[in-house]
Design a protein around this ligand. Sequence first.
Ligand code: ZN
Length: 93
Amino acid sequence: MASEYCTAIHKCVCGCGYEVVTPLSPTDWELTFNGKTVSLDPSIGNWSFECQSHYFIARSKIRFARRWKDWEIKEGRKEDTENKKDYFGKKEE
Ligand SMILES: [Zn+2]
């Protein structure tokens, strides 16, 4: 079990006011600070919010991305789960 959790929190950039929590870990997001600007990788998809906004934060600049289709969101989540399984080792049923 991981004993330390790092998270980055920011307000959704579309202006809806929701707080977006991005866990920072090798299987989640990576926050980079180059001394001046921050980048968050990969992109942020707020699928659980009403706005469903999708954007990148690169060098403190927001770049909006295309909204995903329902099946893409599903695929993305599946991939994410599989990545985590691979990373943390497969659990016994
Ligand atoms: Zn929003």
